[in-house]
Design a protein around this ligand. Structure first.
Ligand code: SAH
Ligand code: SF4
Length: 408
């Protein structure tokens, strides 16, 4: 059974762009300093004020300016005239029987957008931990054949603030701020101090194709004076954007997961088409030299179990051979079906046989139990209705006025 709440007005009744004030929630220190400048805070005071705002935004999680009691009323009013503390809007919230929660979130429209784009984020509670899976793009440029998001064209990259906004909104909804009331969770939320103990970039989109914004967002989320989530508890999953892997490790240093899914280039070309550009050998070479990789900081290899496609004992043996020498964990993911998907999930015995071979080779290879399948919240099931408008369909586009003259 799932619960669906609709919090937002229909698109037609949303505020016009002229009234739009950006949100401070999700901003970096540098952007907050710019916001302070715009609100007329004297330069000498800005550093201190940014420190205060930072704590209100990321430690306390306030949602109104009045709550910022150590900031003067005038400054609060000046900030409020220009900015909000809004999180992404909630279009729908679904709670699975297993406690998994999925939010369809609406983001503010950027200048040219006719419609506010929508993305999904998923929270998975377990005993002693809670993992938040967030999106980095609306849609995806890649077209992995077993992935629902891959059927949605890229609409746009998320801003850093929108990526952090997913974390803030999830914390609001599960009562993960100091002193917050516990929501009615039927005992399914973890009993830990913090309910979000891990963040994974495994929602919609390819995070390494939105490198700068994802990096800025993860720096905010891991900042020791704020949300304070260690980079060891943040995992970026990539389909294999080889040229960016090393740079990500150097500049951000989170944990890394690789969507491998096949042990032969011929099959991986079909399942994960970016493989045609960066084949398996190049991908694994990038893993071998990932900054900080060691037995204490292993790379996770994700392997989706597709019936009759990549699930034979020979595949399992080849997988083990392929990863030899790389400090690795292997995550076997039962394929999660979605409307229109052409694959089937491997049988349970087949998955067990595969896991056995991998385990005997010395890898702890937990089979990831599908969570939230009843609300299409499991890996690869995320997709929103957002579409990218063609240039000529955008508001203000006027074919006649803008068409070039020569040769037309
Ligand atoms: N774009 C990134 C991160 C998002 S996908 C990437 O591809 O790694 C997160 C994980 O879910 C990836 O390992 C992806 O291959 C996997 N996945 C996609 N569709 C799936 C499905 N239908 N069932 C199970 N896992 C899926
Ligand atoms: Fe994009 Fe990842 Fe889905 Fe591939 S698996 S289409 S890279 S979101």
């Amino acid at each position: 059974m799932t619960l669906v709440l609709d919090h937002t007005p229909p698109r037609e009744t949303q505020a016009p762009d002229a009234a739009f004030r950006p949100t401070l929630a999700g901003m970096s220190r540098a952007r907050l300093a710019e916001a302070m400048a715009a609100a007329g805070v004297p330069e000498k005071q800005r550093r201190m004020r940014v420190g205060q705002l930072w704590r209100w935004l990321y430690i306390t999680g306030v949602t109104s300016f009045e709550q910022m009691t150590d900031i003067s009323k005038e400054t609060r009013q000046a900030l409020e005239a220009l900015f909000t503390l809004d999180r992404p809007g909630i279009v729908a919230e679904q709670v699975s029987v297993d406690g998994t929660r999925k939010w369809l979130m609406r983001l503010p429209k950027l200048g040219h957008e006719a419609r506010a784009p929508e993305v999904e984020a998923v929270y998975i509670p377990e005993s002693g931990r809670g993992t938040l899976c967030i999106s980095s793009q609306v849609g995806c440029t890649l077209t992995c054949s077993f992935c629902h998001t891959g059927t949605q064209r890229l609409v746009r990259n998320l801003t850093a603030s929108e990526i952090v906004g997913q974390v803030l909104l999830a914390r609001d909804r599960i009562g993960d701020w100091p002193g917050a009331a516990r929501p009615d969770d039927k005992g399914l939320l973890p009993e830990t101090d913090r309910k979000i103990t891990n963040v994974v970039l495994m929602g919609m989109g390819e995070p390494l194709y939105n490198f700068d914004n994802v990096r800025e967002a993860m720096d905010i989320v891991s900042d020791g004076e704020g949300i304070s989530l260690s980079k060891r508890r943040i995992t970026l999953s990539t389909s294999g954007v080889v040229p960016e892997i090393h740079r990500w490790g150097e500049l951000s240093g989170t944990m890394l997961a690789i969507s491998l899914h096949a042990v032969r280039d011929e099959l991986r070309d079909e399942l994960v088409p970016i493989n045609k550009k960066y084949p398996i050998k190049q991908l694994l070479d990038a893993c071998r030299t990932y900054p900080g990789v060691s037995n204490a900081k292993r790379i996770t290899f994700e392997y989706v179990m597709l019936k009759g496609v990549n699930d034979s004992p020979a595949d399992a043996k080849a997988l083990v051979r392929l990863l030899a020498g790389i400090p690795a964990k292997i995550n076997l993911i039962p394929f999660n079906p979605w409307p229109g998907s052409t694959y089937e999930c491997s049988d349970w015995e087949t998955i067990e046989r595969f896991a056995d071979i991998v385990n005997k080779a010395g890898y702890a290879s937990p089979v990831r139990t599908p969570r939230g399948r009843d609300i299409l919240a499991a890996c690869g099931q995320l997709k929103s209705e957002s579409v990218k408008l063609r240039a000529r369909d955008r508001p203000g586009a006027d074919g006649a006025a803008s068409s070039p003259t020569a040769g037309d």
